[in-house]
Design a protein around this ligand. Sequence first.
Ligand code: P6P
Length: 334
Amino acid sequence: MTKIVTLDEFIITSQKKYNDATGSLTRLLRDIGLAAKIVNREVNKAGLVNILGLDGSENITGDEVQKLDIYANEKMIECLGYSGECCGIASEELEEFIELPPVPSKKAEYVVVTDPLDGSSNIDVNVSVGTIFGIYKRLSDPSGPVQSEDFLQKGTEMVAAGYVLYGTSTILVYTTGNGVNGFTLDPTIGEFCLSHKDIKMPNSGNYYSVNQGYYLKFDLEMRRYIDHCSDLNLRLRYIGSMVSDIHRIMFQGGIFLYPNTRKYPQGKLRLLYECNPMAMIIEQAGGRAVTATLERVLDLEVKSLHQKATIVMGSPDMVDEMIRFVEKYSATVG
Ligand code: P6P
């Protein structure tokens, strides 16, 4: 019988590799793991209790808010407050960042950015949804309040990033900048157990993931690349839940595209808590993540909490081919 390695054990063991590790990031990652277990419990029974449907409000980016969005956001905030390692949170569900109350004898070193329940419009039709998170070291004076500068950092400054996919099984995938590992929740013991060690995505794949419904609203270069994918008989897979669409690419290879459209001239996905964490994971697994104008996503200046970005990410050979199409057909790039 193979030895079960729990998320907690893996995090602690990984921390031992770093002499200057104080255990703070370890405790913070464990807080996130706890939040994921709690959200998973509710996602799995959402159809049975009155947390389905819309709560009647809209979030800062205009998306109708599902009750489970609110629940997931509240649980993430609650669990991140336990260890005292996190001093602030920026969330898709919060117009502004919030400061977490200090825990006695703790000096919080980190801030967390999160989309607590990405793809939530799929909840009511039982399609998989996900949590996305990124972790930064705070920059401001630790004796003072958390500041916007703590959040408005480039993706390259993240110390960790991850996602939780609430699907046929619940899996937590994360990186601290030294490779990517996946942990599947064993509900019989309530533990995330190492199931996918050192994930490396294929250099190419047979899938492309884009909302084909916007095809006529894409720029020429994107239409030409999508036509090329079709000419190659690649399979179109698009769930409308980025965590799910990316998770497939992590294991089977492929490319995910959310370029600019007339409706979303800057792109739809949010840079801070959607694009950057996923881009860090993708790069750590051997992939690439660039904007529709070929900038590396992780290098983008973050100017506001809910800033949007275009993004193309996935298998390196496929992203490189997309880049060649942009350079050949774009009126503004190349
Ligand atoms: P569209 C979900 O709302 C989300 O933020 C991502 O998870 C997903 O990839 C995208 O938006 C889907 O957007 O415009 O294709 O419905």
